[in-house]
Design a protein. Structure first.
Length: 103
């Protein structure tokens, strides 16, 4: 089981000619805990798409399909992904079975 604190980068104002747009403040750091690694769905160099059971900020763990980037220090950084409840995962499984089985 892996737990880590993820700190969001500080964003600077965006300049559009003589106009400056202030960006929204970044979110607070969050805690990510990989409860169970189920499978690696794809691998392309420094990026992997993984299926895990993950808990964010000590919330109940959910099924998580996410792209991860391997950084230079050997740890993984979470990128875009989706979390599914058990009911959503079951609905997705049924839909995929229907799609695959409909030759």
């Amino acid at each position: 089981m892996e737990t880590r604190q993820i700190r969001q980068p500080v964003k600077k104002p965006v300049h559009f000619g003589r106009y400056v747009a202030e960006r929204k403040p970044m979110r607070e750091p969050f805690e990510l805990k990989i409860v169970e690694h189920i499978a690696t769905l794809g691998d392309s160099g420094t990026y992997t798409r993984e299926l895990n059971v993950v808990s964010f900020n000590n919330r109940p763990a959910r099924l998580d399909v996410r792209l991860w980037k391997q950084d230079g220090s050997g740890s993984k950084v979470p990128l875009k992904g989706i979390q599914l409840t058990d009911d959503e995962a079951q609905a997705l499984c049924n839909a995929l079975n229907d799609y695959i089985g409909r030759d």
